[in-house]
Design a binder for this molecule. Structure first.
Ligand SMILES: [Ca+2]
Ligand SMILES: [Ca+2]
Length: 366
């Protein structure tokens, strides 16, 4: 394990082992490791004010309606059950993931510095460590983000084999020093934390989709289908999305032509005209993640669900997480099939990685 990850995880376990909720771990999927120290819900108050930007260029109008949210097939994880009835209002959604070009506009206009570009604040993390813990070497607190490294392994439970925290990795240099986004202006921006996505939303006058809005949009009006394109398996027929083809985490046969991110709009959109909802990069949603949330709202039809008040992930109960949706270029049926309509992923709001991005939505003016 990368030493910095080991450092972080070790201290988390040490500081939290006496406080862990003892619920059975029923939700054993996690291809989105967290590279954060977050232990408290820093913003559990939801802002339900309408976001009605007049700038809907590059967005698609999604007419609201009723749908069944949750598990479609036997690949579904426990947190996708029970399937339940949801109504969402109409909204506008970006046709594509936010691109490097779009994110650069925001950074140029505001001078915003992303989470991955900032050193870890020792004064903050020491609050969650045992009293007297010595300050580690500054090199362990340096700016960094999670990068994927292909490896041959049969142990798919230990993601530290293919995820490494690497210094000087951020949206401008996704693979670290010497890399850049030159000629990738139209690729989705990556190494974006939820906090970064929220900052972009505030600047653009838009917001992140709720988890329900994302799934409703992904289904594109098809009832109980597995994927945003229908029911044909991801790796049969023509490539339908940018995924990992072969046996993850090695031997990508590149049938879809892309090893990492693809330019947005490289694949056929779904029936709502939305691109890359399945695959390419995972996309942040506004909701906190709770593995048991669906159980709490399934008794009756849920109108515009905003997610739980608090996060709870039985895999890492000390670590509040936000929902991510849609899967990435690393997803494969042999691992997490993240490109399924109902698949749920989660990570802490200050985590960033090579396959994490976002898209925005706005409400329809009343
Ligand atoms: Ca691919
Ligand atoms: Ca996507």
């Amino acid at each position: 394990m990368n030493f910095k990850c080991f450092f972080i995880v070790s201290f988390f376990i040490f500081s939290c082992k006496n406080n862990v909720k003892t619920t059975k771990v029923s939700n054993d999927h996690n291809c989105m490791p967290s590279n954060s120290y977050n232990i408290s819900n820093k913003n559990s108050t939801r802002n339900l004010d309408l976001i009605t930007s007049s700038n809907t260029e590059g967005m698609v109008f999604i007419k609201g309606g009723e749908f069944f949210m949750g598990a479609d097939n036997d690949q579904a994880q426990e947190d996708e059950y029970p399937k339940h009835k949801v109504i969402v209002n109409s909204f506008w959604m970006d046709q594509t993931e936010v691109t490097n070009n779009q994110f650069k506009e925001f950074v140029d206009a505001t001078g915003y510095i992303t989470t991955a570009e900032k050193a870890i604040d020792w004064e903050e993390i020491k609050k969650i460590l045992p009293p007297g813990t010595p300050k580690p070497n500054d090199s362990l607190l340096a700016p960094a983000s999670l990068v994927f490294f292909e490896c041959k392994t049969t142990d798919l439970f230990d993601y530290t084999q293919w995820w490494k925290l690497k210094k000087n990795v951020n949206w401008k240099q996704p693979q670290g020093t010497g890399s850049s986004v030159k000629d990738k202006e139209n690729h989705p921006v990556v190494h974006i934390s939820w906090d970064d996505a929220i900052a972009y939303c505030k600047w653009s006058g838009k917001r992140l989709p709720t988890e329900a809005e994302f799934e409703y949009a992904s289904r594109g009006g098809l009832e109980n289908n597995i994927y945003s394109w229908g029911n044909e398996p991801a790796h049969k027929g023509n490539p339908k999305a940018n995924t990992w083809e072969g046996k993850f985490p090695s031997n990508n046969n590149l049938n879809d032509k892309f090893y990492l991110t693809a330019p947005v709009k490289s694949f056929v959109p779904n029936s709502y005209g939305l691109y890359d909802l399945g695959g390419n990069v995972w996309e942040w949603c506004s909701d906190w993640y709770d593995s048991e949330y669906y159980q709490t709202i399934s008794a009756k039809t849920s109108l515009n669900p905003q997610g739980p008040e608090k996060s709870y992930d039985p895999m890492e109960p000390y670590s509040p997480k936000k929902v991510m949706r849609g899967g990435s270029f690393l997803c494969n049926d042999s691992y997490c099939s993240g490109y399924r309509n109902s698949m749920r992923m989660k990570s802490t709001p200050d985590s960033s990685s090579l396959h994490a991005g976002f898209r925005t939505v706005v409400d329809v003016k009343p």
